[in-house]
Design a binder for this molecule. Structure first.
Ligand code: A3P
Length: 344
């Protein structure tokens, strides 16, 4: 196996470590006034703005995405995790980080692994929520290869150098019904904190179906990456949460191969794959101290790491959505995905 260079965790640029991260308030203000001029609608928590490209996001995240597009320079060795919120981002980040860094952070030493100190969202940061947020324009040049980043933006809104530099993109999608239910639970925590009434599952589903969920419409997001995968299978990997649940080890092997760090045959390598699966399992990750007590800094404030873990199962939607709403969502999915070769 070729080795990945070591990366400190949670990584910070040299400037940030010295307390002198570069900022560009003017650029952020420029994009903020651009976003403020776009049509907006009620979202699940905050208003969402409609980008000219047809996707929706709250102000800070859309500004972050625009700054990332303007300032991020990709390297061919970069690996980008792309997902919609609540579709398994935390899980795929853990699997990717543990796989890429398996030499310097052996997974059979579960007690010494970085996941004991920091959450997956600190190990692989979001471009638009964490890296390009709060006026910062960090210098990412000194980060060692391979740099691992994440994003929730649709394919059409990816910082343009990601495709031109031929970076690898790992996409995960999830059944829209489970995605919206996961989102609904997540958002209600923040609504409670803001003194807002809880949203009903049906109202959340209504907003979701209308495309008013962050980085939605869901269907355009999934189709964008699906088509990119069909057109560039060497550059885009397309996983489904449900299939990952059915056979996580096969997915770890595919992931490793895709990023150019394949596992070999034989029992020893199988054992490492199995150790990665266990390390990153819902059961193990949700029980860690870094999950129970840790926080992740984002442009929406510091989020508790445990807010990214709830039940981690397939089909929980059936406990919350009426059969009618479930049929409505399935109907939209069928119509939107017709002829694409994609089903979820
Ligand atoms: P539920 O709310 O259905 O439990 P994201 O990471 O994109 O925000 O998605 C969060 C969802 O993924 C939550 O789903 C969460 O419980 C689940 N999840 C988090 N870590 C997981 C893991 N290691 N394995 C499986 N599911 C996980």
């Amino acid at each position: 196996m070729s080795s990945a260079s070591s990366q400190t965790f949670p990584w910070r640029t040299e400037q940030e470590a010295n307390g002198e991260a570069e900022t560009n308030a003017e650029l952020y203000e420029h994009f903020a006034s651009l976003v403020a001029s776009l049509p907006s609608s009620k979202g699940m928590l905050n208003p969402v703005y409609r980008h000219d490209q047809g996707w929706h996001a709250p102000m800070d995240m859309m500004v972050g995405a625009m700054v990332a597009d303007a300032c991020f320079t990709a390297r061919p060795s970069d690996i980008i995790v792309a997902t919609l919120p609540k579709s398994g981002t935390t899980w795929i980040k853990s699997l990717l980080y543990a796989t890429v860094h398996r030499e310097e952070h052996p997974v059979d030493d579960a007690d010494g692994h970085p996941f004991n100190s920091v959450g997956p969202h600190e190990c692989i940061k979001f471009l638009e929520y964490q890296i390009y947020s709060g006026g910062k324009i960090p210098d990412l040049d000194k980060l060692p290869d391979p740099r691992l980043f994440a994003t929730h933006v649709p394919f059409v809104a990816l910082p343009r150098t990601i495709m031109t530099a031929s970076c690898k993109i790992v996409y995960v999608c999830r059944d829209p019904k489970d995605t919206v239910i996961s989102w609904w639970h997540f958002i209600n925590k923040f609504r409670a904190r803001a003194g807002m009434d809880p949203l009903s599952a049906e109202s959340a589903a209504e907003l979701f179906c209308d495309g008013m969920s962050g980085f939605g419409p869901y269907w355009d997001h999934v189709l964008g990456y699906w088509r990119a995968y069909l057109a560039h299978p060497e550059q885009v990997l397309f996983f489904r949460y449900e299939e990952m649940q059915r056979d996580p080890a096969a997915h770890v092997r595919r992931l490793a191969e895709f990023v150019g760090l394949p596992f070999g045959a034989g029992r020893e390598e199988d054992a490492v794959v199995d150790a990665i699966v266990s390390l990153c399992s819902f059961k193990h990750m949700s029980g860690l101290k870094a999950t129970k007590g840790g926080m992740t800094d984002t442009s929406s404030g510091a989020l508790e790491n445990n807010s990214f873990f709830r039940r981690g199962m397939v089909g929980d939607w059936a406990n919350h959505l009426t059969p009618e709403t479930a049929r409505r969502i399935d109907g939209i999915t069928k119509a939107k995905f017709k002829g694409s070769g994609l089903s979820v």
